[in-house]
Write a protein that binds this ligand. Structure first.
Ligand SMILES: Cc1cc2nc3c(=O)[nH]c(=O)nc-3n(C[C@H](O)[C@H](O)[C@H](O)COP(=O)(O)OP(=O)(O)OC[C@H]3O[C@@H](n4cnc5c(N)ncnc54)[C@H](O)[C@@H]3O)c2cc1C
Length: 507
């Protein structure tokens, strides 16, 4: 963990985890087949149907595991309470009030801390993977470990391992406006890319329609405060300043259409009216509903001076989720032997061109289970690991400390602003090409200047941010159509001959 144990997208997740439970517990009429169909529908032709079936099929067993680790879901009597979110035909989202992710994180972290053979290292940053190919043995490419920085001492160590699991999360921080915490800088994708893993579908970045619009905010939590989709699931409606439900003009499902459609409707409304934000109106619910069902959201809004029981909530779209990542199978395996990727950093084929709400906590937890099962089979205890070549120490830079921190922050800001301006909800070829050119220059600067300095966490994140942003732009430039989360004015239609993943490899 490169920061504290609770600084992660998981700990910030609110709405819940989508799962079809066995008959007696699920909504009447719901089925695995229906959850699969909703997922394929949101994915706009690019889901890997076999992966979708496997991951959704493992949901109920994974929920049982989580409960076994101490996770507590909301119940009414003996039955789980099930929420509804955009794109889901039935109520099937298990939750723990509106802090589901924090409850998952708590259960797993506490459980890990109580397990003697697990050591949790906070404030340790993986810099680069070590593979046989990187040491010159291209024919037998397997992982040997990673170089890791202790962010408190700035010392770098070699961590040797014949199995490495990347579970580094997403890359929301590539964009100026995001619902993600500061740690979401795309590190895993950048590490995997530099190691030669295949990276796919990075053009599909999901923008969450309802991030609290709070222009005077300081601090990451206030800037990135999400108002969960589950609020719309419970009757919240998006309106403009005149009180009109403008989303109905884009889709008959209105505020509960899939996120890409709703985010584009808001983007269009903001451009059309010149307004800074739109509003999420949940004032129609009886008094007491919001504090009971969404206590975290309710209290937080009150903290910022807004009573959502009587006032509509100002909201804007913000970068939320990375659908692409390291290409893996449903055991979490990448193309490099011993290297696994799970969670938001991976591209299993579940999400295709657009993620269905609450499917990512499901994917991360299911894939952790499947990857562990595979590792136990493949690397049985006692089975000797193949001989590993000698691993050179990390080569430190040639000066003591980066004395240009201010410039690093400027570069960081420039990347996030240019990604927001040129590579966000509505794209064009021209804007993408301009973004690519500017990112090339920034990448060169990072390599030639900062990389000569002794590393620290800021430089590492800047390096990963440039790489991940460039991969998003490269993927977007290759997709000459609009599909799912990728919408370009130059190619507004969906084209059958583009119905395939965008896959990139460095070597
Ligand atoms: C505000 C918000 C609300 C959400 N709500 C929902 C929801 O209701 N339902 C749902 O399904 N999904 C939701 N999501 C998405 C979901 O939370 C994430 O996709 C998921 O939790 C990602 O889990 P992960 O384990 O892949 O990554 P994370 O939970 O982000 O964990 C990544 C970990 O990797 C560490 N790390 C990163 N880089 C490095 C490095 N270089 N070296 C060492 N460690 C590193 C980080 O420190 C962190 O501990 C939400 C996301 C956000 C931001």
């Amino acid at each position: 963990m490169k920061a504290g144990a609770y600084e992660s997208n998981t700990a910030w997740a609110q709405g819940g985890i989508a799962t079809v439970l066995p008959d007696s517990q699920c909504s009447s009429g719901d089925s695995l087949a229906c959850h699969v169909a909703d997922t394929l529908d949101a994915g706009a032709g690019l889901c890997n149907e076999a992966a979708v079936r496997t991951i959704i099929g493992e949901g109920a067993a994974t929920i049982e595991d989580l409960i076994g680790y101490g996770m507590v879901f909301d119940k009414q009597g003996e039955r789980f309470q099930l929420g509804k979110e955009g794109g889901h035909t039935y109520r099937r989202v298990l939750h723990a009030h509106d802090t589901t992710g924090l409850e998952i994180a708590r259960a797993l972290i506490e459980s890990a801390r109580n397990t003697p053979n697990i050591t949790l290292l906070e404030h340790h940053v993986a810099i680069d993977l070590i593979t046989t190919a990187k040491l010159g043995a291209v024919a037998d490419d397997r992982v040997l470990g990673a170089y890791v920085l202790d962010a408190r001492t700035n010392e770098v160590s070699v961590f040797r391992a014949d199995r490495v699991v990347l579970a580094t999360g997403g890359c929301g921080k590539v964009y100026l406006y995001t619902t993600n915490p500061d740690s979401a800088t795309g590190d895993g994708v950048a590490l995997g890319w530099r190691a030669g893993a295949s990276i796919a579908n990075m053009e599909f970045i999901q923008f969450h329609p309802t991030c609290f619009y709070n222009p005077g905010a300081t601090g990451p939590e206030a800037r990135s405060f999400l108002v969960s989709e589950a609020v719309r699931g419970e009757g919240g409606i998006l309106i403009n300043a005149k009180g009109e439900d403008f989303t109905l003009l884009s889709d008959p499902r209105g505020s509960l259409a899939p996120r890409d459609i709703v985010a584009r409707a808001i983007d269009g409304e903001l451009k059309r009216t010149g307004a800074d934000c739109v509003y999420l109106d949940i004032t129609g619910k009886p008094k007491g509903f919001m504090p009971e069902r969404f206590p975290y959201i309710y209290e937080n809004l009150l903290k910022y001076g807004l009573d959502c029981e009587t006032q509509p909530i100002p909201v804007v779209p913000a970068a939320h989720y990375q659908c692409g990542g390291l290409v893996t199978d449903v055991a979490g395996r990448t193309g490099i032997a011993g290297l696994y990727a799970i969670g938001e950093v991976a591209c299993t084929g579940l999400h295709g061109a657009n993620r269905l709400a609450s499917n990512s906590l499901l994917e991360g937890n299911v894939m952790a289970r499947l990857a562990m099962a595979h590792m136990l089979r493949r690397f049985a205890p006692g089975k000797p690991a193949p001989a590993a070549p000698a691993i050179p120490d990390w080569e430190p830079g040639n000066t003591a400390e980066a004395d240009e921190l201010v410039v690093i922050y400027h570069n960081w800001d420039e990347i996030r602003r240019l990604m927001w301006d040129y590579v966000s909800i509505v794209r064009t070829d021209n804007r993408l090409r301009r973004a690519a050119a500017r990112l090339r220059n920034l990448g060169k600067e990072v390599r030639e200047f900062y990389w000569g300095h002794r590393v620290n966490a800021d430089i590492l994140e800047l390096r990963n941010l440039v790489t991940t942003a460039s991969l998003i732009v490269d993927c977007a430039l290759r997709r000459k159509e609009s599909r799912g989360l990728h919408f370009t004015l130059d190619h507004p239609a969906t084209a059958d001959h583009h119905c395939h993943d965008t896959v990139l490899r460095k070597f």
